[in-house]
Design a protein around this ligand. Structure first.
Ligand SMILES: Cc1ncc(C[n+]2csc(CCOP(=O)(O)OP(=O)(O)O)c2C)c(N)n1
Ligand SMILES: CC(=O)[C@@H](O)[C@H](O)COP(=O)(O)O
Ligand SMILES: [Mg+2]
Length: 621
């Protein structure tokens, strides 16, 4: 690591002769592999962006020039070269550095990301801001072929392409992969561009050797020639100067091409081709497996999981297959999260009813609405955090028309290492205010399956939230039974205090209640709320406590308080849930405990407010 250890910031990198960049890339790649194997994290994408990262920081004057990474899961080489090499062992852990770019972490992280397809918009904003302020700096968006499938990326291209006088460079990092194999017409188009490689390569060589005025002439000649031999690329039609495809692992192409592009005004588009997992054979062979692994031994590779615990994702995947076998109308939809949402088996068994629509959450929801209009039964499998993208579609296209769409909300609540960007903390709040929606929260694996069947049978929009990973280990029945709509259940009879628990909080609430001798209700439904049960508990207890793994603001507890007010019941009530701040990365259980949402924290909060055992009922809420 002789070269790498001398690079504490990009200025150090820029002092190296070009001949040393290749050995530096080898060191950096080895460092990334070693580091991720010890912490877990996003591997394949980072191995693929080593040379591109070096070339960008070598050619551009960062941080004065702004690099905006899309998604940001490929920024480990960037972090290592921008002063965070020694912090890599803390990656994605409590109080450690984030797995994504964060403005608060480094001046080189120009834009916070983790949800995809924002880079061109943000970079365009920065480029136009520089122009407005009379500052001569570059803005560079680096976007993957997967992220490029989102509508937002095209909205930004559309906006950018008419600005002739900005310093904007969009780099398409095309590795022919999303998390899973890429989908859709854009992917086919990019493959066609690749097959015209000979023409493109010839074009690039010309650009890399000519001085700027000659380049303009060459460009016009080329355009003339192109008019006769090849149609302009889609990106040129959008107003960009398209260069590529070039080999994104070849520093001898990358550096001079970027140097040339730096001298060109107006929206520039560079198409680079990389390999996901580059340099680590196992990841090259299976970039899906190595997209976001946990810790592993690089010499041996990832071993199949030995834990017997079934994850909620698997519960959903099994249910989906069983329900699809039972009902031919079922359609499964994922916005680019086949593996994460547990749909691999469904795709294999029901390929005609499986749709990966790309990173296109908005489209996924409206597409489902269209299917529902035609009497099919779409199930949208989506992470809670990504459904945020499709909020208007949910309201305007689905709920307003009371269409029969099931939403399977994986990764609800805290997700752990991905942190605040991926936490599913808001779905209860943002769903419960939508008319026609049924909103359920699963307290264990079997209930999750039952709720999915309930949502599916319900004739209208219905959602089931469940967390990342495994649950309490409840036995999952193979039937497709439902639960009564809007009915909760008492899980423990106690005295004085009734805990109204939602979803994942039922288990710790039960534990806390044992200590306090409190009553526990598994409320199951945030909407329709079981108001009868609520009234009964209010009548028979001196105080109520609501607990949920979601934002307190606007959450299930708020629903309970509203229902009490509506019924004219005045009761001391304590709301436990996620606080009004973003919660960083770290182990999910540690984070929950820090928020007071483990058994100990719940018991302590209740004792503090209402006393332990015989309540001293301090009415101060
Ligand atoms: C809005 C949104 N939807 C889904 C995801 C999940 N996701 C993260 S990376 C990724 C694939 C991105 O593919 P690409 O941009 O080609 O980058 P690569 O992984 O190939 O480097 C997906 C679907 C996300 N981060 N944001
Ligand atoms: C970057 C991104 O959005 C995904 O790779 C995400 O990190 C996957 O999360 P899970 O590991 O929970 O599927
Ligand atoms: Mg890709």
């Amino acid at each position: 690591m002789d070269l790498l250890k001398k690079i504490d910031r990009p200025e150090d990198l820029r002092k190296l002769p070009r001949t040393q960049l290749k050995p530096l890339a080898d060191e950096l790649r080895a460092f990334v592999l070693d580091s991720v194997s010890k912490t877990g994290g996003h591997l394949s994408s980072n191995l693929g962006t080593v040379e591109l990262t070096i070339a960008l920081h070598y050619v551009f004057n960062t941080p004065e020039d702004r690099i905006v990474w899309d998604v940001g899961h490929q920024t480990y080489p960037h972090k290592i070269l921008t002063g965070r090499r020694d912090q890599m062992p803390t990656l994605r852990q409590l109080n450690g550095i984030s797995g994504f770019p964060r403005r608060s972490e480094s001046e080189y992280d120009t834009f916070g990301t983790a949800h995809s397809s924002t880079s061109i918009s943000a970079a365009l904003g920065m480029a136009l801001a520089a122009k407005t302020k009379g500052e001569n700096r570059h803005a560079i968006a680096v976007i993957g072929d997967g992220a490029m499938t989102a509508g937002m990326a095209f909205e930004a291209l559309n906006n950018a392409g008419v600005h002739d006088d900005i310093n904007l460079l969009v780099i398409l990092n095309d590795n022919d992969m999303s998390i899973s194999p890429p989908v859709g017409a854009l992917n086919r188009y990019l493959a066609r561009l690749m097959s015209g490689k000979f023409y493109a390569t010839a074009k690039n060589v010309g650009k890399s050797v000519l001085p700027a005025p000659m380049l303009e002439l060459a460009k016009r000649l080329e355009e003339h020639a192109k008019g006769m031999v090849v149609p302009a690329t889609m990106f040129e039609e959008f107003g960009f100067n398209y260069i590529g495809p070039i080999d994104g692992h070849d520093l001898e192409s990358l550096v001079p091409t970027l140097q040339n592009l730096k001298n060109l005004k107006g929206p520039q588009f560079l198409h680079v081709v990389t390999k996901k997992g580059q340099g680590y054979k196992l990841a090259e062979a299976d970039p899906v497996l190595y997209h976001g692994p946990g810790k592993f031994n690089p010499a041996e590779g990832i071993k199949p999981a030995t834990s017997g615990k079934v994850t909620y994702t698997q519960v959903f995947g099994d249910w989906l297959c069983d329900m699809a076998a039972h009902d031919r109308k079922l359609i499964g939809i994922t916005p680019a999260m086949r593996e994460g949402s547990g749909m691999v088996q469904f795709e294999q068994r029901f390929p005609d009813r499986y749709y990966d629509v790309g990173i296109a959450e908005q489209h996924a929801v409206t597409f489902a609405a269209g299917m529902a209009c035609e009497d099919l039964k779409p199930v949208v499998a989506i992470y809670s955090t990504f459904l945020q993208r499709a909020y208007d579609q949910l309201i305007h296209d689905v709920a307003l028309q009371n269409l029969d769409v099931t939403f399977a909300l994986d990764r609800s609540g805290l997700v752990g290492a991905d942190g605040a960007t991926h936490a599913g903390n808001y779905d209860i709040a943002y769903l419960r205010c939508i008319p026609n929606m049924v909103v359920m929260a699963a307290s264990d694996e079997n209930e999750c399956r039952r709720m999915l069947s309930t949502a599916y049978q319900y004739k209208g929009p219905a959602s089931v939230r469940y967390p990342r990973g495994a649950g309490i280990g409840a036995q999952v029945e193979k039937d497709l039974d439902t639960i009564p709509l809007g009915k909760g259940e008492i899980r423990r009879e106690g005295q004085h205090v009734a805990i109204l628990a939602f979803g994942t909080m039922v288990a710790p609430a039960l534990e806390a209640a044992n200590e306090l001798n409190a009553t526990v209700a598994n409320m199951r439904f945030v909407k329709p709320l079981d108001v009868e049960l609520l009234k009964q508990l209010a009548q028979t207890h001196e105080a109520l406590v609501t607990v949920e793994e979601g934002s307190i603001m606007g959450g299930a507890g708020a629903a309970v308080a509203e229902a009490l007010a509506e019924a004219g019941i005045v009761k001391p009530i304590l709301h436990l849930g996620l606080p009004d701040r973003f919660i960083d990365h770290g182990d999910a259980n540690q984070l929950l405990a820090a928020c007071g949402l483990d058994a100990k924290g719940i018991a302590a909060a209740i004792s503090q407010r209402f006393g332990k055992g015989e309540p001293r009922l301090v009415v101060n809420n």
